[in-house]
Design a protein around this ligand. Structure first.
Ligand code: 5GP
Ligand code: ZN
Length: 111
């Protein structure tokens, strides 16, 4: 989508600290990290949010979820990690392109 920041990062029209990329997703550092490790796992397909998924997105979602643990290892979170997906205005989603926050590297409070 032409006015989407994350699509622009995916298309290399905007810079980002990309730490992993494959056919399905891009992983880059969050510009305002909330922890020593804070990366965003972003599908290359412009999916707006979890609330807007359709059946054609199943493979993309599965591939992202199946890869999270390997990505966490790659960024040094072999001991465990937190994942957050904000959805919609009420969920605090600021960028309307689905993304998983992968966070760790400090003690994280209980939720
Ligand atoms: P949300 O609130 O939508 O779940 O999270 C959006 C995240 O994207 C925020 O943590 C914010 O810091 C991050 N972000 C917003 N714009 C950019 C950007 O241009 N580059 C990077 N790397 N992260 C961004
Ligand atoms: Zn997008």
């Amino acid at each position: 989508m032409s006015d989407c920041i994350f699509c622009k990062i995916i298309n290399k029209e905007l810079p980002a600290d990309i730490i992993y990329e494959d056919d399905c997703m891009v992983v880059f550092k969050d510009i305002q990290p909330k922890a020593p490790v804070h990366v965003l796992v972003v599908p290359k397909k412009h999916i707006v949010s979890l609330a807007k998924l359709n059946s054609a997105d199943q493979d993309v979602i599965a591939q992202m979820m199946m890869n999270l643990s390997a990505i966490a290892e790659k960024v040094g979170l072999s001991d465990g990690f937190r994942t957050i997906i904000n959805t919609g205005k009420g969920g605090g989603q600021e960028v309307d392109h689905l993304h998983v926050h992968l966070i760790g590297g400090r003690p994280l409070p209980g939720f």
